[in-house]
Design a binder for this molecule. Structure first.
Ligand code: ADP
Length: 511
C-alpha cells in the first residue's frame, strides 16, 4: 500500500524523478485503499479513484482543496465520515512521509472499516448478553437448589414419625399425605422445568377433549384448599349457572388454574380474600382469579410472564417458586387459542389474572370432593413454639414434638411468633431465621428485651452452619444453633433435658 523506498519519488538516489513519480502514481492509482497525497500546508495534491469513491467527491473536487483532518506522519487514526444521507463511514487512516513533485508531502491511505466496526459492536453486545445470561443462570441454579431442598425436611420428618408411630393408622395416613404432597411439589418443579424446555422447542402436544370449565375450576380449587386454610384466606367462587364447555386439554388447563390459585394464595398476606369467577362473555368464557394481596407494579404486569421473572427475590418476600409458572400458564392458554393477562392497581392493592378461552357447546356438572379429616392433638409436658414460614416443615416438626410428649404451637411469621409467645408462654422457641417481614434475629432480639420472654430457650433453625452464622445467632440472643434438616435425635435430647443440670435453659424452667 505504501511505496517501497526504491519506487518512491522521495528516494534521492532515483535516477529520473519524473519516471519514478509516474511509477509511484501508477502504483497508488490502482490501490484498493483510498490514497491521498497532501502537502505540508494541508492542500490535497492527488486522490486515487478509491479515495474519490470513498469520499464521494471527484478528483477535481478534491485536488487543490484543504484537507480538513489534521494528519501526522507515522500515525493511524479512525475517522467518522458523515454523509448527507445520514450514513457514517468509519475510515482508518495511516500516514507516511513522501515527496510529490519534488516537494515533501504526506501520503494518507484510507480504508473503509465500517463493516469491521459493526461486527466488533455486535460481538461486544453478544459478550455483554452472555455475561448477563451467565449471571442469570447462576441465580437460577441457586434458586433451583433451594427449591429442591425445601420439600426434603418435611419428608424426613414424616418418615421419622412413621417410624415412631407406624401403628397409628390416622397418623400414618397424614404422614403419607405430607410425603406425597412434598414429592408432588418436587415433581412439579421438575415437570415445570421440562415443560419450559418443551414449550420453547414447540414440543408440547395438547390432548384435546370436551371439558367443563366449571368442573375444571372446582377441581383446581380443591388442590389449593390446604394452602388456603393454612393462610386463613377467604375464598369466594362465582360460577355461571349454565354449563360451559370448552375444547381443551384438562391436565394442562388445570396446571394453569393451579398456578394462578397458588400464586393468589402465596402473594396474599394471611387472612386475605380470593375471588374466583367465571362468566360467559360472547363466544368466550373468562375466568378471573383475584386476590387482595401484595399487588404488582404497573411496569411488571407484563414482565412477570417472562421466564424466571420474579418481582421480589428477597428472602422476606420469597414464597418459593422459580418464576416459571406464569410463562407456562400463558403459553398453555395461548395454545388453547385463549389469552392470559394480569391487572393490578399497584403494590399492596391486589392482583387479578384473567384467562379467556373460546367456548365449545355443552356443559358438564361437577362433584366437589369432601374436605380432608382433622388432625389428632396429643397432650404435652414442655411448651414448645415452632416458628417457620415453610408450612409443611412447621406442621410436621410440631407433630413430632407432640409425639415426644410436649405441647406445641406453630407460628409462620415474626409478629405472629411474638404474639404467640406472649399468650402461650413457651419454654422453648424453635425459630427459623429466614422469615418474611421480620427475620429470626429480629424476633430473638425483641423476645430477649421482653420481661416475660427473657428466659425462654431460643433455638435457631437455619440452613447455614458456618462459624460466623453461629456467632451471629449467639449475638442475637439464641441459646442453640441447629442446621437444617434438623437431627431429630439431637432435638429430642435437647428438649428432654431443658432446665436440667447440663441442659439448655434456666433452672427455674416451668414443667
Ligand atoms: P413464581 O411464583 O414461582 O415466582 P410465577 O411465574 O408463577 O413464578 O410468577 C412470577 C412472579 O409474578 C412471582 O414471582 C410474583 O412476583 C408475581 N406474581 C404472580 N402472581 C402474583 C399475585 N397473585 N400477586 C402478586 N404477584 C404475583
Amino acid at each position: 500500500m505504501t511505496p517501497e523506498p526504491s519506487q518512491s519519488p522521495a528516494n534521492p538516489q532515483s535516477p529520473s524523478p519524473g519516471a519514478s513519480e509516474a511509477r509511484f502514481r501508477k502504483l497508488i492509482e490502482s490501490n484498493a485503499d483510498g490514497m491521498l497525497v497532501v502537502r505540508s500546508d494541508g492542500t490535497i495534491r492527488y486522490a486515487n479513484p478509491a479515495a474519490t469513491s470513498l469520499l464521494n467527491r471527484s478528483a477535481t473536487e478534491l485536488v487543490g482543496r484543504f484537507f480538513g483532518i489534521p494528519i501526522l506522519a507515522g500515525e493511524t487514526t479512525e475517522i467518522d465520515l458523515p454523509f448527507r444521507d445520514g450514513k457514517v463511514v468509519v475510515v482508518e487512516m495511516r500516514v507516511v512521509e513522501t515527496e510529490w513533485e519534488g516537494e515533501p508531502a504526506l501520503l494518507a491511505s484510507l480504508r473503509d472499516i465500517s463493516d469491521r466496526k459493526i461486527l466488533e459492536e455486535e460481538l461486544r453486545q453478544k459478550i455483554a448478553e452472555l455475561a448477563v445470561a451467565d449471571q442469570r443462570k447462576d441465580e437460577f441454579l441457586a434458586m433451583l437448589s433451594h427449591e429442591l431442598r425445601n420439600p426434603l425436611a418435611p419428608i424426613l420428618n414424616a418418615v421419622h414419625i412413621m417410624r415412631l408411630r407406624g401403628d397409628d393408622q390416622v397418623l400414618r395416613e397424614r404422614m403419607r399425605d405430607i410425603v406425597e404432597q412434598q414429592v408432588r411439589c418436587m415433581a412439579r418443579l421438575v415437570d415445570d422445568l421440562l415443560d419450559v424446555s418443551r414449550i420453547t422447542r414447540g414440543k408440547i402436544q395438547l390432548r384435546l377433549e370436551p371439558v367443563s370449565a366449571t368442573a375444571l375450576i372446582q377441581r383446581s380449587i380443591e388442590t389449593v384448599r390446604t394452602q388456603l386454610a393454612a393462610k386463613s384466606h377467604e375464598l369466594h367462587v362465582t360460577l355461571p349457572d349454565e354449563p360451559v364447555r370448552i375444547w381443551a386439554d384438562p391436565v394442562r388447563l388445570e396446571q394453569v388454574m393451579n398456578n394462578l390459585l397458588n400464586n393468589a394464595v402465596k402473594y396474599t398476606d394471611k387472612g386475605g380474600r380470593i375471588d374466583v369467577a367465571a362468566e360467559v362473555d360472547g363466544d368466550d368464557v373468562t375466568i378471573r382469579v383475584k386476590d387482595d394481596g401484595i399487588g404488582i407494579d404497573r411496569e411488571m404486569q407484563e414482565a412477570i410472564f417472562g421466564l424466571f421473572t420474579q418481582v421480589d427475590h428477597s428472602l422476606a418476600r420469597s414464597q418459593g417458586g422459580l418464576g416459571i409458572g406464569l410463562t407456562l400458564a400463558r403459553n398453555l392458554v395461548q395454545m388453547h387459542h385463549g389469552s392470559l393477562v394480569a391487572r393490578s392497581d399497584g403494590p399492596g392493592r391486589g392482583s387479578e389474572f384473567v384467562v379467556r378461552l373460546p367456548i365449545s357447546k355443552e356443559a358438564i356438572k361437577a362433584d366437589v370432593p369432601p374436605p380432608p379429616p382433622p388432625l389428632p392433638t396429643p397432650g404435652a409436658s414442655r411448651r414448645v413454639l415452632v416458628v417457620d414460614d415453610n408450612l409443611p416443615s412447621a406442621d410436621s416438626l410440631s407433630l413430632i414434638i407432640k409425639l415426644w410428649g410436649h405441647e406445641c404451637r406453630v407460628a409462620h411469621a415474626g409478629p405472629d411468633a411474638l404474639e404467640e409467645a406472649a399468650v402461650f408462654r413457651p419454654d422453648v422457641i424453635l425459630l427459623d431465621i429466614g422469615l418474611p417481614g421480620m427475620d429470626g434475629y429480629q424476633v430473638a432480639q425483641e423476645l430477649r428485651g421482653r420481661p416475660g420472654s427473657a428466659e425462654v430457650v431460643l433455638i435457631a433453625m437455619t440452613g447455614y452452619g458456618r462459624e460466623e452464622d453461629r456467632r451471629r445467632t449467639r449475638e442475637a440472643g439464641f441459646d442453640q444453633h441447629l442446621v437444617k434438616p434438623l437431627d431429630l435425635d439431637d432435638l429430642e435430647r435437647l428438649l428432654a433435658h431443658i432446665g436440667e443440670p447440663g441442659g439448655l435453659g434456666h433452672p427455674s424452667i416451668r414443667s
